[in-house]
Design a protein around this ligand. Structure first.
Ligand code: PRP
Ligand code: URA
Length: 209
């Protein structure tokens, strides 16, 4: 069964609260999302296996640790998922980045895939899918299904804010995918927006309406 990890580190909670404020503009919103992306990355990569490696310091030889050959990819769900990429990349500079474009139809709230460009060896990588919002869960589930169709077997989902409905849907459709959130909010409203949430993440990152 997929695990839900809600990362309630004080610095993440502090930054998320500023992001929720309606008066926070795109520049600060992007900056905070970037910082949270890096902080959440610590938890998403917490269990990566290490191996021993000998290194030579200016003083002597010693044993150190390195991440054991696990190749990684970051796959943002466009557009809003892009906001979490830079922070994660500064933590995992060798990760390749793929892109899956999805938008929610405004009437039906169903996700529509419009773009997919992934590293060739994506099936051989640990994939971190990023999207700030896990609402109905439709976009995340379809993006994960798209990755599985291309052979991915090791996928984690990193979002900022989710609701029980979205979490349950991902867990039902993709029980092998762990979910990482900074907050589990109350519910969806009649427009399938997260309450209290932070509004439309893509619009707030990119200054669109
Ligand atoms: C938002 C968000 C998720 C999706 C979540 O994207 O970034 O991808 O909605 O909703 P769901 O869980 O109900 O599928 P949106 O469709 O607004 O596109 P955008 O990122 O381009 O703004
Ligand atoms: N997408 C968003 O950007 N915000 C929500 O609250 C729900 C879906």
């Amino acid at each position: 069964m997929s695990q839900l990890h809600v990362i309630n580190h004080p610095m993440i909670q502090h930054k998320l609260t500023i992001m929720r404020k309606k008066e926070t503009g795109p520049k600060d919103f992007r900056q905070l999302l970037n910082e949270i992306g890096l902080l959440m990355g610590y938890e998403v990569t917490r269990d990566l296996p290490l191996r021993d490696i000998e290194v030579e310091t200016p003083i002597c030889k010693t044993m150190g640790k390195e991440v054991n050959g696990r190749k990684m990819a970051i796959v943002p769900i466009l557009r809003a998922g892009l906001g979490l990429v830079e922070g994660l990349q500064s933590l995992i500079p060798v990760a390749k980045v793929g892109h899956i474009g999805m938008y929610r139809d405004e009437e039906t709230h169903q996700p529509v895939e419009y773009f997919c460009k992934l590293p060739e060896d994506i099936d051989d990588r640990l994939v971190i899918v990023t999207d700030p919002m896990l609402a109905t869960g439709g976009s995340a589930c379809d993006a994960i299904a798209s990755l599985k169709k291309r052979g991915c077997t090791n996928i984690r989902l990193m979002c900022l804010v989710g609701v029980p409905e979205g979490v349950e849907r991902v867990q039902a459709e993709h029980p092998d995918v762990d979910i990482y959130l900074a907050a589990l909010d109350e519910r969806l409203n009649e427009n399938a927006y997260i309450v209290p949430g932070l509004g439309d993440a893509g619009d707030r990152i990119f200054g669109t309406k």
